[in-house]
Design a protein. Structure first.
Length: 368
C-alpha cells in the first residue's frame, strides 16, 4: 500500500535534544572536555560580568558557539546564528533548548569582543592544556616549534603610501580599477594597508608572491603532539625565531629541554639564545646558508636529534587542520589582536579534537 505524502504534526511533542544526538557522535567527548575546561573558568567569568543589569549571552555558550564555528567551518557569525536556529546538534553542543531564542548576530559580535578584552580565549587555552597535563599527555622535556603564514583580509590595492596619496594613476575606472605598480618600490617601511594597518607585506620564499599577511606560531610537545603555545605576530623575517624564544620562556621550570625546528631557525643567534635557556636546539642543518650551519656534531651525533627531526613534522598537522577546517588560511578578522584570538581558538580546537581522539582510543576500564 502506498504511503501518504501528507504531514500532520501532533499537538504536543515530548522530545529532548539529547535524543537527537547519537551516543557515538564525535562531539560527545569533545563537549565533555570543553565543559570541564569552562567549569574551571567560572571565577574569571564572575569578574567580567556585573551582578546587576540586563542578562547577556552566557560566556560558556558564547565560547561553545565559537568552537562550533571552527569545527564546522562556518564562514561568518551571521551564518552561524542562522544555522543555530535550525540545527539541533549545534543547539545541543552550545546548551540551547529547542524553544530557546537565538541571539542576534550583532549581539554575538559585541559579546565576543568582551571576551577579547579580558583574554578569555587565552585562559581557555590554558585550562585545556592543564586538563591534558592532568591526564599525563604532555611532555615537559621535548618540543617543536614552527610558523605559518596567515593571509590578511586586505588586498594589495589597499597597500598605499603612509604619507597619503597613491602609487599613480590606475587603468580604467569604477570601484575595482586596475592598478599599475611596475617600477614603483613598495615596502612595509613606506606603505601600509588602509584596510588592515597591522598586516605586513611578506613572502615566504624567493619563488612565491608577496602577500599581506600575519605569522602564526605554534609550540608543540612531543609525547602526543599537542599544542602548548600559540601566538600571532607581524610577518617579518625575524618573527619565527623571536616568537619561538618567547614561547620557550613561558614554559615552567629551568631543566634541560630540546626544541626541534626547520632550517629557518638555523641561525647563530637563535641557537645561542636556546643554549642560554638550557634548551638544546635540534634544528635542521642548513649547510648552504651563507656562513655555514650553526648546528654541529655536538648536537647531530645524538640519537635524540634524529627523533626530534621526525617528531617535529607533526606540527604541520595542526596547521593543515587549521587551514582546511578552522579557516585560518585567510583570516576574516582585522587587527593583530583579533587575528591572534582566532588563531589561538583554532589551535585550541585542534588540541581538543586530538585529546578526544586519544581518550576514545584508550581501553575502557570497568570497576566492580
Amino acid at each position: 500500500m502506498r504511503g501518504s505524502d501528507g504531514m500532520q504534526e501532533a499537538l504536543f511533542t515530548v522530545a529532548k535534544l539529547e535524543d537527537f544526538v547519537p551516543a557515538d557522535h564525535p562531539l560527545r567527548p569533545i563537549r565533555g572536555l570543553v565543559n570541564e575546561a569552562l567549569g574551571r573558568l567560572n571565577g574569571l567569568f564572575n569578574l567580567i560580568y556585573a551582578d546587576t543589569g540586563r542578562a547577556s549571552i552566557a560566556p560558556e555558550k558564547l565560547l561553545r558557539a565559537m568552537l562550533i564555528q571552527v569545527f564546522f567551518s562556518v564562514r561568518s557569525e551571521r551564518q552561524l546564528v542562522e544555522q543555530i536556529r535550525y540545527n539541533l546538534l549545534y543547539r545541543w553542543f552550545i546548551g540551547l533548548a529547542i524553544d530557546d531564542e537565538v541571539w542576534d548576530h550583532s549581539s554575538f559580535s559585541k559579546n565576543r569582543d568582551r571576551l577579547l578584552e579580558h583574554a578569555v580565549v587565552e585562559s581557555f587555552f590554558t585550562e585545556v592544556m592543564a586538563l591534558a597535563d592532568k591526564r599525563n599527555l604532555l611532555s615537559r622535556d621535548h618540543f617543536s616549534v614552527d610558523g605559518t603564514l596567515i593571509q590578511a583580509w586586505a588586498s594589495h590595492k589597499s597597500f598605499t603610501p603612509k604619507g597619503g596619496g597613491d602609487d599613480g594613476p590606475s587603468d580604467g575606472g569604477g570601484r575595482n580599477a586596475q592598478a599599475d605598480w611596475h617600477g614603483k618600490p613598495r615596502s612595509n617601511a613606506t606603505h601600509a594597508s588602509t584596510t588592515d594597518p597591522d598586516a605586513r607585506l611578506f613572502r615566504k620564499s624567493q619563488n612565491t608572491a608577496a602577500i599581506l599577511a600575519y605569522q602564526g606560531h605554534v609550540l608543540m610537545e612531543h609525547r602526543t603532539g599537542l599544542v602548548v603555545g600559540a601566538v600571532v605576530t607581524h610577518a617579518d623575517g625575524y618573527g619565527e625565531r623571536a616568537a619561538a624564544l618567547a614561547m620557550l620562556d613561558t614554559l615552567p621550570g629551568r631543566h634541560p629541554r630540546t626544541i626541534a625546528a626547520d632550517k629557518a631557525y638555523d641561525t647563530r643567534d637563535f641557537v645561542r639564545a636556546c643554549r642560554e635557556r638550557r634548551v638544546t636546539p635540534h634544528v635542521a642543518s642548513h649547510a648552504t646558508r651563507w656562513g655555514g650551519s650553526a648546528i654541529d656534531a655536538r648536537t647531530t651525533r645524538h640519537p635524540g636529534y634524529a627523533v626530534s627531526q621526525t617528531k617535529r613534522k607533526r606540527i604541520e598537522e595542526h596547521f593543515g587542520w587549521g587551514k582546511t577546517v578552522g579557516r585560518i588560511r585567510q583570516t576574516v578578522y582585522r587587527g593583530l589582536q583579533r587575528v591572534d584570538q582566532q588563531f589561538k581558538l583554532t589551535m585550541t580546537a585542534s588540541h581538543i579534537v586530538r585529546m578526544a581522539r586519544i581518550f576514545s582510543s584508550m581501553p575502557q576500564t570497568t570497576t566492580r
